[in-house]
Design a protein around this ligand. Sequence first.
Ligand SMILES: *Cc1c(COP(=O)(O)O)cnc(C)c1O
Length: 361
Amino acid sequence: MIREKKMINFNAGPAALPEEVLQQAAEAVRDYNGTGLSILEIPHRGRLFDAIMEESRHLVKELCGLNEDYEVLWLQGGRLQFAMIPMNFLPPDGTAGYVDSGQWAAEAMDYARHYGKAAALASSREQGYTFFPGLPSALPGDLAYVYLVSNNTIYGTQCRELPAVTAPLVADMSSDILSMRRDYTACSLFYAVAQKNLGTAGVTLVVIRKDMLPRICRTLPPMLDYAAHVRSSAVLNTPPVFAIYTSLLMLRWLKARGIDAVEKENRKKAAMLYEELDRNPLFHPLVAPESRSLMNVVFRAVNADAEKSFTDLCAANGIANIKGHRSAGGFRVSLYNSIPAEAVQELIAVMQETEHKQDHH
Ligand SMILES: *Cc1c(COP(=O)(O)O)cnc(C)c1O
């Protein structure tokens, strides 16, 4: 145990990391692999960092089931990808199709409109984003790409099965990357900010199929050009070495468990919590059963009294960061890979205690 007092952290991001990963990261800050250097001090061009890059790229490919057709990049912020994707792939006279499944998708669509046309192919906006909207069977034939968010962190909806489309599929997988088996090869490009399910803030995993590179439709400065990142055999700028290393530690942790075991645990955690939400008269889940996310569980209390009582009991029991996103309200509990089933059991116990207290009012 590396902390005096350990909270159960259900934050949506930056999110909890496994205790082992925190311990290894802390050790690397002190002394990286017995080199006498801190991970914070090692050069980003050199043997030590090259090895971190190589292993991390290899593990991403292995865990996602990708072959040599794909390139793995570590770039920065999620919203930078909102911009880079249309910058690289949406010509001024072209149209990209977006699945408007929540705020992150809508924001990405707004970014795209700086470069070309962005059309919502399907939307659940009018219904408060309470389900993941399916694509219509017939899509316009000439889309530059189809963009979706596989898991809607704010609204707690998830795309169960990636759709088969003829245009290149681009997916923001920030909040469910490597949480279950998926056919990642359905995507021509997918990315994930690290601070949700993969590590710490400051780095974004970007995976791109090589056949996308000839489609780049603008001359761009190198930092904004996917092909320039791929060409630079090392890195274009000084990358966030520590953030990339933390993601590598997570990738090792995932490999040691295996994605199937991780998925099984994630399904178990979500099933326990949704079952309690469906049973406990003080709470109700906001998402339609067929769209419920395994990662972010969004719900409300039936009244202000129950909301306050539950909030207070969570605080008293060391349970932190369950407040819903400011645009969704209520509660949100994030059950990323790092969260053990016991943490969910403790939360459920607090929900039941809240129920008993209300009964005695
Ligand atoms: C958090 C999040 C983002 C935004 O990431 P930033 O690094 O804050 O720009 C984008 N997409 C999804 C699905 C997210 O959950």
